[in-house]
Ligand binder design. Structure first.
Ligand code: SF4
Ligand SMILES: [Zn+2]
Length: 278
């Protein structure tokens, strides 16, 4: 594929270089917003799919329940444990199918976690003890089960690296992309305040009775404004060569790390394809 790409470049002589700008990093939401220019919809979707399905994270895969007198069935406890996001150290662990142990399970691809609790108690992710301080529950308050007097829970769990295409519990976060928006006001609408309120994304402002565009990049092309206005009052367009990406991490990895890993997975896939083609 890389060979084909080079040929096209040589024959056609022109390739717009892609541009990437970081637009915003929301620390509270752990969300990175960036703009990529000079790509097409297929490439934008490839990036999204790589982020959601191919970036590995740690999650509990096997659960050995030694004691469970809680109200929940063993399966439900195991399911809840599997869905707890764990902070992930990508340098320290291998995917099992790529590990030197050939998937048998070793310290480079598996991690043991334990949980021991007696009621009365509300059991949360804070009660999970990990043998690796770098891999632990993202949110200590993640609720597991409420134990009443005399109820007990004793568990040994194994976490492994996995990817979202196998199970969503390994997905590193949520990502969306949208066309880069342009919002133009032509003729002033009769009801500027109503249009401002109609937009759920705070795109408009009203000053001196006139509608203006305040946060153009917030526009999601929902068309709520254009649907109620006459032609020529507001025009909303999207550039299909320029995309706004939002990557919101569930906490296992930093958003930047998620994007970097997605790109390195993509490169590895292209390299494999190139090698096999030869
Ligand atoms: S299309 Fe939707 S998001 Fe964009 S400006 Fe209109 S109402 Fe707001
Ligand atoms: Zn291993």
């Amino acid at each position: 594929m890389m060979v084909v790409g080079r040929k096209v470049e040589e024959e056609e002589g022109e390739y717009n270089q892609m541009k990437v700008e970081i637009n915003d990093f929301d620390k509270k939401l752990n969300k990175l917003t960036f703009i990529v220019s000079d790509i097409n919809p297929s490439f934008a979707n490839a990036i999204r799919r790589l982020i959601v399905s191919e970036v590995p994270t740690m999650a509990i895969e096997d659960v050995e329940i030694r004691k469970n007198s809680s109200i929940l069935y063993d399966e439900m406890v195991a399911h809840r444990l599997g869905l707890i996001p764990l902070t992930t150290d990508l340098k320290a662990y291998n995917l099992q199918n790529e590990c030197t142990c050939k998937g048998v399970g070793c310290a480079k691809c598996t991690l043991k976690l334990t949980l021991s609790a007696k009621g009365p108690k509300i059991v949360t992710a804070a009660d999970i003890k990990s043998k690796d301080p770098k891999v632990k529950p993202v949110d200590k308050d993640h609720l597991l089960v409420k134990l009443l007097e005399g109820q007990e829970l004793e568990i040994e769990a194994t976490a492994i690296l996995g990817v979202g295409k196998e199970h969503v519990k390994w997905s590193p976060g949520h990502t969306i992309y949208r066309y880069y928006p342009t919002v133009k006001i032509g003729k002033q609408p009769k009801n500027p305040e109503a249009i401002k309120e109609l937009c759920a994304f705070d795109v408009f402002d009203v000053k001196g009775g006139k509608l203006s565009v305040k946060n153009e990049l917030n526009c999601t092309h929902c068309n709520a404004c254009t649907d109620v206005l006459k032609e020529g009052e507001i025009e909303v367009t999207g550039d299909d060569t320029k995309y706004i990406f939002e990557v919101e991490s569930w906490g296992q990895l930093e958003p930047k790390e998620i994007v970097e890993k997605a790109i390195s997975v993509y490169k590895a896939k292209l390299k494999e394809f190139d090698t096999k083609l030869k």
